[in-house]
Each structure stands twice: as C-alpha cells, then as structure tokens.
Design a protein around this ligand. Structure first.
Ligand SMILES: O=C(CO)COP(=O)(O)O
Length: 252
C-alpha cells in the first residue's frame, strides 16, 4: 500500500516567531513515528531556520519552487542545489500560483522538475485546471498536457522519485474544495496516464489532492482510493488544524 503524505505549503506566510511557534506545536503533537510522510514548505528565507527547528523529527523540509538553471546570474532565484544544501527533501514545482502569476509554462515546469531531481530533491509536481477549463469539460485534457510535458523529458522511471499533486485552481484558497468524487476521478486519470508508461511506478506513486483541505473535510477526501494525502495551504498554518489533517491521513 502507498504511504499517505501530507505537505504544508506555507506560501508567503510566516515570521521567525510564528514559524517557531508553529513548529513547536507540530512537534509536540506528533509522536516519534507515524505511518504518514509529513513535510512543511516555508518561504525560502526561512528554510534553514525551520530545518534547524525540525532537527531529527519525522517532519521533512520542502521548498515552494526552484530555479530551472543550476548556477549563475539569475537575480532573485534559488537553485535546487542550494535548497538541498539547506536541508530540503522536497520542492514543489508547477504550483498554479507560479504558473499563473509568474507565467511559468509547461516547459519551464518540466525543466524545474529535472533540475530538482538532478540534485536529489523529490519534486512535488502540481497539475490542475481552472474553473473555465472545468466548465468547458477540459479537466482531463489539461491535466494530461501538464503531466505529459514532464514525462516526455524526464528519464523513464523518474516518477519513482516524485510526488504528484492535483490542485484544481478553482479550489485553491477559495474554501470550495473538490468533492471526493471529483478528486478521485482526476486522481484515477493521473494514475492511469502514468500506468500507461509504467504500471509499477503508477501503483506506488503518491498522488496528493490540494485545494481547501481542512480538518473538517480531509477524511472523506483521503478515503478515496487514488488520493494519497494532501498538499495543504491555509490549513497548514495552524498546528492543531494541520495535525488533525495528518491524523485523518493516518486513519485512511
Ligand atoms: O495551493 C494549495 C496548496 O499548494 C492549496 O491552498 P489552500 O489549502 O489554501 O486552498
């Protein structure tokens, strides 16, 4: 069976004091071992300090993006090697906020995926449709296109060291989550696309759902057979809420 995975995407939230309080709350509420992979993804400026606070705990560190280039004159960027150097295990690539606000296209996301893996980071590749695309019946087509852009350039087997996240854009930060059935349909589609290339990898691939997951709706979403946990935004900023979501994944 696949291990559930809960990752908190803090986005551009936090301060040194708030981060310390949040991590303290998380570690107090977590036993030494849980049958769930857990990660937090703070803003880059806090990665090192949050990594120190996590020390040898079961909570892993992730970044929210990485540069597609490895070194050089790229003002404002952080390379995958730097993220690895400060203790990251994971890096999110292709988040819809990056795709939309910073105009990251499928090709750039694919390059970031490769850059992350080249440094031994595990990319959390986000895919998902806008409301307009859903209403036009294009959901599966959009998700397939976003996935294909990466699969076409990655080495066979690359998804062995990767996580996928289905994040419908209309559900992010809106309080309007996909229904468990809507999520399941897209997750099953994603797994089938991967299985068409490698069935063993597809069977083991963690596919997370993201978009307005809260303690109150986590359990029913995680109960779906192809949903292996969540990529959590707003609800990852409160220790008790995040812990409840981790517990819901554990119960699955
Ligand atoms: O974008 C998300 C996680 O990456 C989801 O954000 P919310 O949980 O705040 O909707």
């Amino acid at each position: 069976m696949r291990r559930p995975f809960i990752a908190g995407n803090w986005k551009m939230h936090g301060s040194r004091a708030q981060n310390a309080e949040l991590i303290e709350g998380l570690l107090l509420g977590l036993p030494g071992q849980v049958p769930v992979d857990i990660a937090v993804c703070p803003p880059n400026v806090y990665l090192w300090e949050v990594g120190r606070l996590l020390k040898d705990s079961i909570v892993k560190l992730g970044a929210q993006s990485c540069c597609a280039e490895s070194i050089g004159a790229f003002t404002g960027e952080a390379s995958a090697a730097m993220l690895k150097d400060v203790g990251c295990t994971y890096v999110i690539v292709g988040h819809s906020e990056r795709r939309t606000i910073y105009r990251e296209d499928d090709a750039l996301v694919a390059r970031k995926f490769l850059a992350a893996q080249a440094q031994g980071l595990i990319p959390i590749l986000c895919v998902g449709e806008t409301l307009e695309e859903r209403e036009k019946g294009q959901t599966m087509q959009v998700v397939s296109r976003q996935l294909k852009a990466v699969l076409d350039v990655a080495a066979p087997g690359a998804l062995q060291q990767a996580v996928l996240a289905y994040e419908p854009v209309w559900a992010i930060g809106t309080g309007k989550n996909a229904t468990p059935e809507q999520a399941q349909a897209v997750h099953a589609h994603i797994r089938a696309e991967v299985a068409a290339r490698d069935a063993n990898i597809a069977a083991r691939l963690q596919v997370l759902y993201g978009g307005s997951v809260k303690a109150g709706n986590a359990k029913e979403i995680f109960a779906m057979p192809d949903v292996d946990g969540g990529l959590i935004g707003g609800a990852s900023l409160k220790a008790d809420e995040f812990l409840k979501i981790c517990a819901a994944a554990q119960a699955h």
